[in-house]
Each structure stands twice: as structure tokens, then as C-alpha cells.
Design a protein around this ligand. Structure first.
Ligand code: ZN
Length: 225
């Protein structure tokens, strides 16, 4: 375990840059380059980096010097491993969760799936989240590992959305807890790898749910939901 001063000293001396280092507790951005100039850099690292092996810090320093993405591989591997470990999990205040729906009861869905498919080893927290839509894609669900929290788009809380589809989205996000993303040797992140896809198909209404999604996706853009 290093102190933030030690990391700062190491990165400054090994990269030859003037490093402005922020150690954060942020849930989402575990490593961010906030500003890069020719001789200086401002970065934000999650406090998990205080436990990073020297090899990871060396790659970090090389990345700051060169900007070469190949140096990011060991860094994202490190993040992948740490993100699922106890001390980095963050508490979610129960009042921050919005679980009451007009049509669907998320905690009930979660606990039923826990029992039927996950032997109670899946995540225990679930919430609705507000509209999130890009021009080409709607995000139905998300999983946040540091919070062990499943987030489901409020748009699915609608009588025209069948229960097997809501179940499927919750199931998919719960799977992210059980099968974490990993970094492939090429440095690319594998989020829905072969094991994930195989397990996803074990959901009983998988085919029906995917068909419903393909057939009705456009309605979410047309404001029907
Ligand atoms: Zn996914």
C-alpha cells in the first residue's frame, strides 16, 4: 500500500512530467486524465490505485508519457480485478434507490431471479433510473459494480412492456455481477464474452425477450413509452 505522496513522487520522477494527482472515491471514473500539456498532466485516480502493483504504476507512467493505449491494458486489468473486491464497494443509501414502480416491482423481480437463477449470489440492490436515450440506442439497464447495483430504465415501467422483457433486462444486468468484464490479451475489454452470452441464453424467455426487443425498440424512440 502506497501513500498518495509516494504515488505522486513515483509518477512525477518516472514520467518526467509535472504531475498533479487527485485521489478520488468516485464510483464511475477510476482513472481519468483531466488535462494533458507538454510537460504536465493532471490525473484523477481512484483510491484503489494506492494498492496497485509497481508494474501497473510503471505502465501508468509510460501511458502518461507516450499516450500509447497498449499501456492501458494492465491498468484496466487491475481495475477489473479490484472493482469487485469488498473494500472498494460503496454503500448505497436506501433512500437513494427508487424501487416503487407503477406497474413493476423491481425488488420482487430481483429476489425471484435471485432464487430461480442465481442461488442468491447475485446483486441485492436495484433501482429505477430516469430517461437515458441516445440518437441510436436506448439504455434499458446498467450494472454498477462498485455499488453492486442494478439500474433499470423507468421507461420499462409501462403496461405495454411484457413482464418477461423486464425480467430479461434485470437478469442481464444481474449477470454482470456474476460474470465481471475482463480484459482480453489484445487490450480490448470483453463485457459480453462467450461465457456471458451462454449464460444469458439460460434465461427461459430469452428468445421471446430478444424478439420483443427487436420488434418494439423503435417505439421507445417514437415516444410511445
Ligand atoms: Zn450488458
Amino acid at each position: 500500500m502506497y501513500s498518495s505522496e509516494e504515488i505522486h513522487t513515483f509518477l512525477s520522477s518516472s514520467s518526467g512530467l509535472s504531475v498533479d494527482l487527485i485521489i478520488n472515491e468516485n464510483k464511475r471514473y477510476l482513472f481519468t486524465v483531466l488535462e494533458k500539456k507538454r510537460r504536465s498532466v493532471r490525473i484523477s485516480l481512484h483510491r484503489m490505485f494506492l494498492e496497485a502493483p509497481l508494474a501497473v504504476l510503471e505502465d501508468l507512467s509510460l501511458y502518461l508519457q507516450t499516450g500509447k493505449k497498449s499501456f492501458l491494458m494492465s491498468i484496466s486489468q487491475f481495475i477489473d480485478e479490484k472493482s469487485y473486491q469488498q473494500p472498494y464497494l460503496q454503500r448505497v443509501e436506501p433512500q437513494a434507490l427508487h424501487t416503487t414502480g407503477d406497474y413493476y416491482d423491481l425488488p420482487a423481480i430481483l429476489s425471484r431471479l435471485q432464487e430461480d437463477f442465481f442461488e442468491h449470489k447475485g446483486p441485492n440492490l436495484i433501482t429505477w433510473f430516469g430517461q437515458k436515450k441516445t440518437r441510436s440506442r436506448i439504455i434499458f439497464g446498467e450494472y454498477q459494480p462498485l455499488l453492486q447495483l442494478v439500474k433499470i430504465n423507468k421507461k420499462l415501467d409501462h403496461p405495454s412492456v411484457p413482464d418477461y422483457f423486464v425480467d430479461y433486462v434485470v437478469f442481464h444486468e444481474m449477470l454482470h455481477h456474476v460474470i465481471p468484464s475482463s480484459t482480453m490479451p489484445s487490450g480490448r475489454r470483453s463485457i459480453h464474452g462467450p461465457e456471458f452470452r451462454k449464460r444469458e441464453k439460460s434465461y427461459i424467455h430469452f428468445k421471446k425477450a430478444v424478439e420483443w426487443q427487436n420488434k418494439h425498440k423503435h417505439l421507445f424512440f417514437e415516444g410511445v413509452f
